[in-house]
Structures are given as C-alpha cells and as structure tokens.
Design a protein around this ligand. Structure first.
Ligand code: FES
Length: 102
C-alpha cells in the first residue's frame, strides 16, 4: 500500500542541507542537492549505521562508518549494485512536499 507523508515546512532542507524525519517506524533523511530533494532511509545497507551524518558530494552520500558511497537518486552503491539503500519518491504538489512510501 502506498502512502504519502506530508513534510512539514520546517523539515524541508535548504540548499546543501539535510533533515531527519521519522515516518511511522522508518527513519528518513531528506537531502537538498541543487534544489532537488532526495529521500533515503537512514539505515546504511552495509551494517546499519546512520547515513544522516554522511558526507555529501553532489548526488552522493558517504557513510561515516566504513566509507561506502551511495547515489541519492538510485540508492545504489557507487559503481555497483551490491548494496542499495532504500529510496523514496519525493513529490512537490502546490508548494507542498510529500514523501511517497510503499
Ligand atoms: S555501515 Fe555504512 S559503510 Fe558500513
């Protein structure tokens, strides 16, 4: 079942920033890269570290624990499909931001 979570205005990250959201039992990182919003699960698929504090390089986030880098759009490990962090569709409707969750 698909559900939409309305992101409160104060949780929408500004350019180059990120915010942390809890939606039901999911912890989500919302990132603003060049005015594009990306939503990923906070849990690194390698060994479960939080990705929230990961280093941002363009559309890539680097896990602080062991340094793996993930594409924010696809969720895949850079240059590999071995690991994939869960990604969520972000929708903008009438200046409101929603995260779509399956
Ligand atoms: S837990 Fe993220 S790279 Fe190991």
């Amino acid at each position: 079942m698909t559900s939409r979570f309305h992101v409160p205005q104060d949780k929408i990250p500004t350019l180059g920033q990120r915010t942390f959201l809890q939606v039901a039992d999911q912890f989500i990182v919302l990132v603003n890269v060049e005015e594009n919003l990306y939503a990923i699960n906070d849990c690194c698929p390698h060994q479960g570290a939080s990705l929230f504090s990961g280093k941002l390089e363009g559309q890539t986030i680097q896990c602080c624990a062991h340094g793996l880098k993930f594409d924010l759009a696809t969720g895949y490990l850079n240059n590999s499909t071995h690991f994939k962090v869960t990604t969520y569709l972000v929708e903008k409707i009438d200046d409101q931001i929603f995260i779509v969750m399956d």
